[in-house]
Design a protein around this ligand. Structure first.
Ligand code: IVH
Length: 691
């Protein structure tokens, strides 16, 4: 019979093996991005570990991977005095400011030669300092005021990519005490998921991933932090006891390399994650290119950044440069233009769209945000105004991220003046004075006059001649507006009656452009049934639905005659769209325009193909990123015309992911699931093959 102590030592050995194995899996998964075993195997090991620790609590240690699931809630956070202060960074915002910074570096270093720069993204999260003693994570603290922070060790232990034990041997591969500093952040996908869950539960959502990361780290209950999927990248070191053992002899100051970049690589080798975008630049001139490259990549990165951080790479030079107040002289943040700014809503006007929707538009005091000057922002509908609690004259936070249209994020109530005015919705159409109405269950107010409303006429004609419909070259928005205002046209069919004289009398239109437009209209007569249906501008019938209708019914008359029930048998057509189609063809004015256009325009007959014989039947595609050779909806319509299903999200059922430029989390997920990835060129080749 084995005695108690030999049983414990056998268990200890088993535990050590499990620790080692789980640490290795964590490192492969969270740091190297190369999972080596299925999740089930990982979970099995973790359960085995927890069971042993529950039955033998004396064997539980601080570096046990079980600490990653969180522990008992704390009453409050204790304070931690940083052995070396945690510094902040000064900012520059332009090329000139960056060059001035470089000049200061050269002056102080008394050098004309190139200064090597370590260039890093500026991660938008929270600074933390991780203290490892003899390789074990013993303390983690927030920055606080730079000299004292909060002890968040239990929370930090739950972050999957932060090792509880360093790789290697203390005093040989790393010094006895080493403080690693870096940023804790929440990846964009985790942030979206968290807010989605909060919304479903009716809870308050976080404004941005940074706030979500901060809120998650400041939880007294580390089990909550463990569920938040936080991440970490190391960007520097704090206190380090730089001792090194060589041939049994202790050598001082020998462990760390004298390059910041190489130090980060050393930290990475110990098992801590380092941002993959970090680059070593030979000279400060290369910074502009780096800045631009990172700015272009910004939307595609799986985490938020708000600029770049540029550091003098040579540690001797860093020491020579020293610090000012709370920031080093050897590093600077070169920030991207702010994506949020404060401005004032000077007025709210109402626009009438193609489908009669009356959209409130805020006229703003012009403001430079996200790299452009913004003077308008859509307010969508009345619900949005109520949600924001907006009045005319209010100061608002406006956000413009990437190519996204500017949005009003919130009202700054503290700045509201006594003269702030309520926003009153019009009781009749601001263009044609007809009645306005809100359909049941809809937030949108609409003009009821249809194509009798001048605004809707203009929009219908613009839509008909737009690129994705009949692509009438030379017929700009301004020209359409003028032709309608002059009563020369009232419907798209009237376009084909225009004479050279009619056109050439319009503003900025000469004889030559009139002839060109007539020629463009002539070629627009040759079309396809799908484009014809799309060009009619039926509510919620986009390119893809139009293609589905054409492929299902083959003729215009069959689409016109289709019943509400039958329309719902078409792929992608639900009750709402079916109702819109039936209502469109019920309107005698629309029928007149359609038959007039039918007389004028031509399209080839559609050869009958049953859906299951189409070449891409049963194949599910997801499109992501920016496609440069065609629009996303164009690609969707083309794929659907070959029988493919096009879905919005990646799942185990996805067959192909088409990854355009700046593909983000969908690409990562597809790669994880082993989905076949196609480039845009692959897609074009596939479509050509089946054409
Ligand atoms: S280095 C001594 N590197 O920016 C220099 N900071 O605005 C200390 N940050 O508190 C900071 N990415 O939270 C450094 N690659 C990076 C960074 C970075 C984000 C944050 C950090 C710091 C703040 C200063």
């Amino acid at each position: 019979m084995p005695n108690a102590s030999s049983l414990t030592s056998a268990l200890q050995e088993q535990l050590n093996k499990i620790h080692q194995q789980i640490n290795q899996y964590n490192h492969q998964y969270y740091v190297l991005d190369q999972p080596s075993v299925p999740d089930a195997e990982y979970d099995r090991l973790m359960r085995e570990l927890i069971t042993i620790e529950q039955t033998h609590p004396q064997l539980k240690t601080l570096d046990s991977p079980s600490q990653k699931v969180g522990g008992q809630p704390l009453k409050s956070f204790t304070q931690v005095a940083h052995q070396l202060p945690m510094l902040s960074l000064d900012n520059v915002f332009s090329r000139d400011e960056w060059q001035a910074f470089v000049k200061r570096l050269q002056d102080r270093l008394v050098t004309q030669s190139d200064i090597v720069i370590c260039a890093e993204p500026k991660l938008d999260g929270l600074a933390v300092s991780l203290r490892y003693e003899e390789g074990i994570l013993v303390q983690a603290a927030t920055r606080g005021d730079g000299s004292t922070g909060e002890n968040i060790t239990t929370n930090i232990r739950t972050i999957k990519s932060i090792p509880l034990k360093l790789i290697g041997q203390s005093g040989v591969d790393y010094p006895d005490i080493i403080e690693v500093r870096g940023e804790v952040f929440m990846p964009k996908a985790s942030f979206d998921k968290l807010n989605e869950q909060a919304k479903n539960k009716g809870e308050k959502s976080f404004a941005n991933p940074r706030n979500a990361a901060a809120g998650s780290l400041r939880q007294l209950d580390s089990k909550i932090t463990a569920k938040r999927n936080l991440a970490f990248y190391a960007y520097g070191l704090g206190y380090v006891s730089d001792l090194y053992v060589e041939n049994g002899e202790i050598i001082d100051q020998a462990f760390l390399k004298s390059s910041h970049f190489q130090r980060l690589c050393q930290v990475k080798a110990l098992g801590l994650p380092m941002c993959p975008e970090v680059r070593l630049l030979e000279n400060p001139q290369q910074v502009e290119e780096f800045y631009q490259e990172i700015l272009n990549k910004r939307d595609a990165l799986s985490y938020e950044i708000d600029g770049t951080v540029l550091k003098v790479d040579n540690i001797t030079q860093q020491e020579k440069l020293g610090f000012v107040a709370r920031a080093p002289r050897w590093a600077i943040a070169y920030k991207f233009p702010a994506q949020e700014e404060l401005t004032v809503v000077e007025d709210v006007e109402f626009q009438v769209g193609r489908t009669g929707a009356i959209t409130p538009v805020a006229r703003l005091k012009p403001v430079f945000v996200g790299g452009v000057t913004v003077s308008n922002a859509t307010l969508h509908n009345q619900d949005e105004i109520v949600r924001l609690g907006l009045k005319i004259g209010d100061s608002v936070v406006i956000r413009r991220a990437g190519d996204v249209i500017p949005q009003i994020v919130s009202v700054v109530l503290d700045k509201r003046g006594d003269d702030a005015k309520d926003i009153v919705f019009p009781s009749s159409c601001p263009v044609c004075d007809s009645k306005v109405a809100k359909a049941e269950g809809e937030a949108v107010l609409r003009c009821t006059a249809g194509l009798f409303c001048q605004a809707q006429r203009k929009e219908a004609i613009k839509h008909f001649s737009s690129r994705k419909a009949h692509d009438v070259d030379g017929l700009g928005d301004k020209l359409v507006e003028q032709l309608v205002d002059e009563n020369l046209i009232t419907t798209p069919a009237d376009l084909f009656k225009l004479t050279e004289i009619d056109i050439s009398t319009m503003d900025r239109m000469g004889k030559k452009s009139a002839i060109n437009l007539i020629t463009a209209l002539e070629s627009a007569k040759e079309t396809t049934l799908a484009k014809f249906i799309y060009g009619l501008g039926i509510r919620e019938v986009g390119e893809a639905t139009a293609a589905n209708l054409a492929n299902h019914y083959f003729t215009l008359s069959a689409i016109q005659a289709a019943s509400f029930e039958d329309l719902q048998t078409v792929s992608d057509v639900g009750e709402v769209v079916a109702k819109n189609i039936v209502n469109f063809f019920k309107e005698s004015h629309n029928v007149e325009v359609v038959s007039a256009l039918d007389e004028i325009m031509n399209w080839p007959d559609i050869i009958e193909k049953s859906a299951d014989k189409l070449p891409l039947a049963e194949q599910t595609f997801v499109l992501t990123g920016t496609l440069t050779q065609m629009g996303r909806s164009e690609a969707k319509a083309a794929l659907q015309s070959f029988g493919a299903k096009v879905s919005g999200s990646v799942s185990a059922k996805t067959h192909f992911l088409v990854a355009g430029e700046k593909s983000g989390s969908k690409l990562t997920k597809a790669q994880d699931l082993g989905v076949t990835i196609l480039t845009e060129d692959d897609l074009v080749a596939l479509l050509e093959k089946h054409n």
